[in-house]
Design a protein around this ligand. Structure first.
Ligand code: FAD
Ligand code: NAP
Length: 556
């Protein structure tokens, strides 16, 4: 439906557009949110700073970008027709195909008329008089809405590193999270890649195959498991399609990470050396993120974890011919799995190419960037182009860029100065009618994110429908429920090995950012149950009130 609304209508005497819901972001979260709310007859406006839909897959167009969860699972489940008709070509779809899928969804469900592209939401302020939000956008306009949903993404605020001399570099500088739309051709060039996280690990083999020379600047080595990517056969697709109802149910209700996989029945130390090695070999041969679920205690017990980490370090030593390079590539400063494990195609083998050099910038940090080189450890590494695979201000970065003001003018940034505080990752006390999708305090980035997104969208849409049915118009997390949830999120993670890594989960990649473990590690299955119980107990921990549905204004 168009902007006219059964709740609040559109357009008032001052020509301020009024919506039931403003959604910020048109990635997978914002798109599905729009679809659900519109299905409830609400007037929804989505603002997206990018030029089109797709979010992550619109921005991250670097060579080699693809999903790390099998596409038959990393896809929407809300429409059976959609999941039956879409043809994923590979086990892990490449970025252009995922973006094509996002576009297909936008067309199939006619989403674009309600999305305003190339428009940033700059400010959102809660009005205690109308119990709604006033939203200001980068085109200088202000609209009002009863609800605001932040679908701003957990990995959407690409982080430019603060490296001395970077502005002096004369060649092209690319950030993986902000990649140009036109094909970038590295043929004949000497390329430097800074960073060795997932984005670098995917792009390095592809860039190496094209560039004259590739220099990889590594500060921290990461664990990576081969993807074993391949074309999907029609039989594989059919198996998923005919079993989708059960596969999706298991992903939502039984799996901690939203990925259907074999569940381990024992810990790593319950097996002898030979049996354990055989299991690791078999998972390594299978490939992908499920490597870590071979045992049930790898992220809980350091001794167990060491067996898996040693196995992967051994594989690196087998693959990489130069022992010095192999040693540098072996991660030793964090337990395997305490950062999102990387999934690659030929990453380690790429360092056997004669045109690839690994530079250790942990022992010899980058001193400065020169017009044509990166100086590290007193040596100038000449490069013609630089790729910054330096990651994101994750989970809170895009939210923090919006000036959000709740009750009594309190800003969300001030409230979150010591770290994000939410109830269930969905709402923050003092900010009524403001929802967050896959926010800090929810399983979000620890999971198959589409499973997490769909659950949050459904929960929010149902909450709004309930409010409407009951004639209520303000929902807010209680401070007490929020405090208890924040404590629970912390308690659960501290029983695991996750806090031992300087990860972006902890905010450790951003100088000055509070070091708080942000996602909820209890599992998407457990979390879903908690959210459902909260609803069953009458939205326990939320305060819902009736102040009238605001002004009913004429539709212009
Ligand atoms: P996003 O896709 O990030 O979309 C948020 C949108 O909000 C963006 O388009 C942004 O421009 C917009 N926005 C933000 N702030 C504003 C504002 N103020 N005004 C207007 N618009 C705004 N997850 C997985 O589960 N599996 C994977 O294989 C996987 N691979 C990934 C690969 C890469 C390279 C990256 C970076 C992330 C990956 N992720 C993966 C995580 C991925 O972000 C999620 O799976 C999912 O795409 C997130 O969707 P979203 O809609 O929540 O956020
Ligand atoms: P990342 O994991 O945060 O990695 C950033 C890399 O840049 C790290 O190696 C980091 O080193 C380095 N770095 C940052 N600042 C630096 C500086 N100033 N100087 C030198 N090195 C610096 O970011 P990412 O690779 O973009 O991945 C982020 C997340 O996005 C992933 O964890 C994953 O969830 C998702 N993702 C998924 C896929 C996929 O496989 N589908 C692909 C890409 C991204 P330190 O570790 O030492 O800080």
């Amino acid at each position: 439906m168009s902007a006219a609304s059964s709740i609040s209508g559109k357009g008032d005497a001052k020509n301020t557009e009024t919506y039931d819901v403003v959604v910020v972001g048109a990635g997978f979260a914002g798109m599905y949110m729009l679809h659900r709310l519109r299905g409830q007859g609400l007037a929804v406006r989505v603002y997206e700073q990018g030029g089109d839909v797709g979010g992550t897959w619109y921005w991250n167009r670097y060579p080699g970008a693809r999903c790390d969860i099998e596409s038959m699972q990393y896809s929407y489940s809300f429409s059976n027709e959609l999941q039956q008709e879409w043809e994923w070509s590979e086990r892990y779809a490449p970025q252009p195909e995922i973006l094509k899928y996002a576009n297909h969804v936008a067309d199939r469900f006619n989403l674009r008329p309600d999305i305003q592209f190339d428009t940033r939401v700059e400010r959102a302020a809660f009005d205690e008089r109308t119990h709604g939000w006033s939203v200001t956008t980068s085109d200088g306009k202000a609209v009002t809405a009863k609800y605001v949903v932040l679908a701003t993404g957990c990995l959407s605020n690409a982080r430019m590193p603060d490296i001395k001399g970077l502005p002096n570099f004369k060649g092209q500088v690319y950030h993986t999270g902000h990649w140009p739309h036109d094909q970038v051709d590295f043929t004949g060039l000497r390329v430097g890649v800074i960073g060795t996280g997932s984005s670098a690990i995917q792009s390095v083999p592809v860039i190496a195959a094209q560039a004259r020379h590739l220099t990889v600047f590594q500060r921290t080595a990461n664990f990576s498991i081969p993807a074993r990517n391949a074309a999907l056969t029609p039989e594989e697709r059919d198996t998923f399609r005919s079993n989708y109802p059960e596969i999706r149910r298991i992903a939502r209700e039984e799996m901690r990470n939203g990925i259907v996989q074999e569940l381990p029945d024992r810990g790593a130390l319950d097996d002898g050396d030979n049996a354990r090695r055989a299991k690791y070999e078999s998972r390594w041969a299978y490939g992908g993120l499920t490597f870590l679920s071979v045992y049930n205690n790898l992220v809980l017990d350091k001794t167990a974890n060491d067996t898996a980490a040693d196995f992967v370090r051994g594989k690196i030593a087998e693959i990489v011919s130069d022992p010095q390079t192999a040693k540098l590539l072996q991660p030793r400063d964090h337990p395997i799995g305490s950062k999102r494990i990387c999934v690659d195609t030929d990453y380690y083998a790429t360092f056997n190419r004669p045109n690839v050099t690994l530079v250790d910038i942990k022992s010899s940090p980058i001193e400065t960037i020169l017009p044509n080189a990166v100086r590290a450890g007193g040596k100038d590494h000449e490069v013609d182009a630089l790729v910054l695979a330096t990651g994101f201000d994750a989970m809170t970065g895009s939210v923090a860029k919006i000036d959000i003001r709740g009750r009594e003018g309190q800003t969300l940034n001030a409230k979150w100065a010591e770290g994000p505080k939410t109830y269930l990752g969905l709402m923050s006390a003092g900010f009524p009618n403001l929802f967050i999708i896959t926010g800090p305090g929810s399983p979000s980035v620890l999971s198959n994110m589409i499973v997490a997104i769909e659950q949050h969208v459904d929960w929010i849409a149902d909450a709004i429908a309930t409010m409407r049915d009951r004639g209520l118009d303000t929902i807010e997390a209680s401070k007490d429920a929020e405090d208890k949830w924040v404590a629970h999120v912390n308690e659960v993670v501290h029983a695991t090995l996750y806090p031992q890594a300087n990860s972006w989960y902890m905010g450790a990649n951003i100088p000055g950012k509070p070091q708080i473990f942000m996602p909820y590690i209890g599992g998407v299955n457990v979390y879903r149950q908690i959210c459902n119980e909260v609803v069953a107990k009458g939205y326990e921990g939320f305060v819902m009130t009736a102040t009238g549905w605001g002004r009913k204004v004429a539709v212009s």
